[in-house]
Design a protein around this ligand. Structure first.
Ligand SMILES: [Ca+2]
Length: 414
């Protein structure tokens, strides 16, 4: 959670107010320069040894996107999935699965959802359909289960009969119980071989401990499922070609490791690239190109600092650990991530769209052929953004993490 940071909120507010009230292009350029100066001068990494090692592409504000509120009255919605008939399933973090048919939110939640531990960042999170949902009706949920003293992220599979979830079965869970309500992950994406990647958080911030040490160190422990992306078959079993299968002292479910708390996962089918976004603590949020067997460094290398302001690590990079494609300080708090592959909006094609909780916007990330970040644009939403998805109509859809959460459609205004 990007909470106790006195730095971020004022900047986010300045940015929002500045960008929304000023429409004159010249003044806007001046305002952008002012904001950049403000961000640079406040960046907590300024006294770090090699903080400037990674070149940071510039960010501009987008003005050509039309926003339409499609639905409201959702409580802390987390994830959305479209059924083949156009209906939408939406999770609400307190533990409800809602359905929207022909644009109308059914007042009665879907039954058969498991009981969840809905405290702080925990609750009902991802909803994802099997790639062959039309034939098998399989729906997958991720959620936190347990108590404040002992809880863990789970993945469950059920069949959806149009009204209720049937035959719900827990097909995967984190192998260690932890305390408190932080860092559960947990997104799901599907690969072309019908295996799924599931992102699991590192378990929490200091002072949360596990086995007598800070729990975040589990991200480097290959016997732990905390701080990992895991790869599973559609029934929760472990694929035989996972990178750590057969290796002693490693959990064979692990696909990549050294992650803090991934909240965005997206797959680019054309290049077969997996993109992930994860939160740092204070600053140092990351976009990563995730690959099998690789170590993404947390908490040994990071651009992030403790919420209290001290160093988590003096190291930003190390051989054998993968650098982020871009990092963000101060933390925008990235959430759902979409890779746009539609034909409806040609200027969006091949670009990433990252929801941002603290910045209350959607960040468009332009990539080159090698997957390096060329540029960034923010689309102001004005609410905490929890999820971003490409809808079947070829437009983008945003869920806002609010008590009266909304579903908002984004489309070019021209
Ligand atoms: Ca990293």
């Amino acid at each position: 959670m990007h909470g106790n940071n006195s730095l971020r909120l004022p900047l986010a507010v300045i940015k929002q107010v500045t960008m929304s009230v000023i429409n004159n292009t010249v003044i806007k350029k001046f305002a952008s320069a002012f904001l950049l100066l403000a961000l640079v001068s406040c960046a907590p990494t300024s006294n770090s040894p090699n903080a400037s090692a990674a070149a940071q592409p510039t960010t501009s504000a987008s003005t050509d996107v039309q926003k339409t509120t499609v639905l409201e009255g959702l409580e802390r919605p987390w994830s959305i999935a479209w059924l083949p008939d156009g209906a939408m399933l939406i999770t609400e973090r307190p533990g409800r699965l809602r359905i929207v048919r022909k644009g109308v939110l059914d007042p009665t939640p879907i039954t058969g959802v498991p009981e969840v531990f809905a405290v702080n960042q925990g609750g009902l999170m991802e909803v994802s359909l099997h790639p062959s949902f039309a034939e098998n009706r399989f729906v997958y949920l991720t959620y936190s289960h347990g108590t404040n003293e002992a809880n863990r992220t789970r993945v469950a599979r059920a069949t959806f009969d149009g009204k209720a979830l049937r035959d719900l079965k827990v097909i995967f869970e984190v192998n260690q119980a932890k305390s408190s309500g932080q860092h559960f992950g947990s997104r799901i994406i599907w690969l072309p071989d019908n295996t799924m990647l599931v992102a699991i958080g590192d378990g929490g911030n200091p002072p949360v401990q596990l086995d007598g040490d800070l729990i975040r160190k589990q991200a480097q422990n290959l016997r732990s499922r905390l701080g990992k992306i895991v790869r599973l078959n559609d029934d929760g079993s472990i694929p035989k070609d996972n990178p750590f299968v057969g290796r002693t002292n490693a959990d064979p479910a692990i696909w990549s490791y050294g992650h803090r708390n991934i909240q965005g996962l997206a797959f680019d089918a054309a290049t077969r690239r997996v993109w992930s976004t994860e939160h740092g603590a204070r600053g140092g949020d990351e976009l990563n190109l995730a690959e099998a067997g690789k170590n993404y460094g947390w908490p040994i290398v990071t651009y992030s600092q403790e919420y209290s302001g001290g160093e988590i690590s003096k190291e930003r990079s190390r051989p054998g650990m993968v650098d982020p494609k871009v990092f963000w300080t101060p933390s925008p708090a990235p959430s759902g991530l979409a890779f746009y592959n539609g034909d409806k909006v040609p200027e969006w094609k091949g670009k990433l769209f990252s929801g941002e909780l603290v910045s209350r916007d959607v960040r468009r990330i332009d990539l080159d052929e090698k997957g390096n970040v060329k540029g960034q644009q923010t689309i102001s939403i004005g609410q905490r953004v929890r999820d971003v998805r490409q809808g079947p109509d070829g437009f983008l859809y945003v869920l806002t993490d609010e008590q009266n959460g909304q579903l908002i459609r984004l489309q070019p205004s021209s």
